[in-house]
Design a protein around this ligand. Structure first.
Ligand SMILES: Nc1nc2c(ncn2[C@@H]2O[C@H](COP(=O)(O)OP(=O)(O)O)[C@@H](O)[C@H]2O)c(=O)[nH]1
Ligand SMILES: [Mg+2]
Length: 440
């Protein structure tokens, strides 16, 4: 899956990271190659243009962090942009279908609807099992155009171990109503309704789906899109969106030797959630769609991760050096103090850090003490962030009225500010002492 895109991007960044500084010419050259990769993956020209323009805007507008090579920063921007438009962080949260609900599954003929119904039923069952629950899932079909389509669903239901119902009605809308009545009577929790597809979008199909939608009001309308159809799948998605409307998409056949274009285009153009991907023909071949994983895959995850980690390390190192330099010069300001505290935040909680510090390792902190320490750190940070830069550099200008203002801004008492200043003075004494004895 996405192999094609992955290879392209990987080689791109290898050549990029070998070099030194990145010039504007390099940026354009890179984006040109990004464009080519996407076009070859069957993403439309219009979308490719817009995506690379987004990236260029980011790169040109942004200052390159001192700690990073421009090429490292560019990788980060491409990765972040890709991730956010594939679905962003909000899609990483757990999802489950509401109970009770009707899920109407739509799509072209052969896109993988019937197979997906079984996969989703299986997924719902497994998800419930994890919560030590049992779900009453019913599968039924109103696909009367293809002979044996209903029989196929019956087999799928058996495989998934869920209930199946065959309506005696032959008109799709009447059958849908009959199925719905059976769903209600049987006290089922989820109805997965299979619908007919055509080889191409046509108005009769859309009208039929609209009629069923108007009668059953399914809580979810799920569109199955065949990932192998590339750009064409976007046309299909747009037609279904205009003709019936839908909530989520399922990208089927992601296991095939397909190019990444379909998922890419769908997300970019329709901004709807890809809930699942189909990765095989079997009932368990269904996965949640993860934008982060997908973006990593497109860029060649191994390279990306190690580069991102290296970048993080560099940032940390330069922060530490700044703190060290401030110590060394004996000009340890409240700003440095705050920097140190946020550095500690990145390392973990106070109690975690305490475990690793040699001077503290032997000591036994009670949970109370640790909690107090953590609370104090948080309070100190809040206080310092309410100060002006001038006050942070030179705390001696903090008179009573300034202290009152800072207290108000950070939601503490003036006494808390005094205790912070006292602590700060103590650490300054240490710095001076260390300097005197040449420890730094
Ligand atoms: N490799 C692969 N094949 C799939 C996937 N989903 C469906 N298929 C196959 O695609 C074909 C059409 O699927 P079907 O469910 O009958 O499509 P429908 O006409 O939309 O109901 C079948 O041969 C399925 O086995 C998938 O995720 N991966
Ligand atoms: Mg079918």
């Amino acid at each position: 899956m996405f192999d094609f895109l992955t290879n392209k991007f990987s080689s791109l960044f290898t050549s990029l990271t070998k070099g030194g500084k990145l010039t504007e010419k390099d940026i354009d050259k890179t984006l040109h190659e990004v464009k080519e990769a996407l076009l070859e993956a069957d993403v439309s020209y219009e979308l490719v243009e817009s995506f690379t323009q987004d990236i260029k805007k980011e790169v040109i507008g942004k200052k390159v962090l001192a700690a990073l090579k421009p090429s490292e920063q560019l990788i980060k921007v491409v990765y972040d942009t890709l991730k956010s438009f594939l679905g962003g962080a909000q899609q990483e949260v757990a999802f489950s279908f509401q109970i009770p609900s009707v899920i109407m599954v739509m799509g072209l003929q052969g896109s993988g609807k019937t197979t997906s119904l079984g996969k989703i039923a299986n997924w719902i069952k497994k998800e419930a099992e994890q919560k030590k629950k049992e779900r009453r899932v019913l599968l039924a079909s109103v696909d009367f155009y293809r002979p044996a389509a209903v029989d196929q669903l019956e087999i799928v239901a058996k495989q998934a171990g869920t209930s199946f119902y065959r309506s005696v009605e032959t008109d799709p809308v009447k059958a849908a109503q009959d199925i719905y009545a059976h769903f209600k009577q049987g006290l089922y929790e989820i109805l997965l309704l299979d619908t007919a597809g055509r080889l191409h979008i046509d108005s009769t199909l859309l009208q039929e789906l609209r009629d069923i939608d108007a009668r059953l009001h399914p809580k979810y309308k799920l569109l199955v899109l065949d990932a192998m159809t590339g750009q064409e799948s976007l046309t299909v998605a747009r037609a279904f969106e205009q003709g019936v409307g839908f909530d989520f998409a399922l990208m089927s056949k992601m296991d095939s030797d397909t190019r990444g274009g379909a998922a890419f285009s769908f997300r970019y153009a329709l901004k709807k959630t890809i809930l699942f991907i189909g990765v095989g023909e079997k009932i368990e071949d269904l996965q949640r769609f993860h934008p982060e994983r997908m973006a990593g895959r497109i860029l060649g995850m191994g390279d990306m991760v190690s580069l991102a980690e290296k970048a993080d390390e560099k940032i940390k190192k330069s922060e530490q050096e700044a703190a060290y330099n401030a110590f060394a010069k004996g000009r340890f300001s409240l700003q440095d103090f705050a920097n140190q505290m946020s550095m500690m935040d990145k390392l973990g909680s106070f109690s975690q850090i305490a475990k690793y510090l040699p001077s503290m390792g032997g000591m036994n902190f009670s949970p109370d003490m640790l909690e107090k320490g953590e609370r104090e750190l948080k309070r100190f940070k809040a206080i310092i962030s309410s100060m002006t830069p001038k006050e942070r550099l030179n705390p001696s200008i903090l008179n009573d009225s300034r202290k009152k203002r800072v207290a108000l801004g950070s939601g503490v008492q003036v006494a808390d500010i005094n205790s912070l200043l006292q602590r700060f003075e103590q650490s300054q004494q240490y710095v001076k002492l260390f300097n005197k004895f040449g420890r730094f």
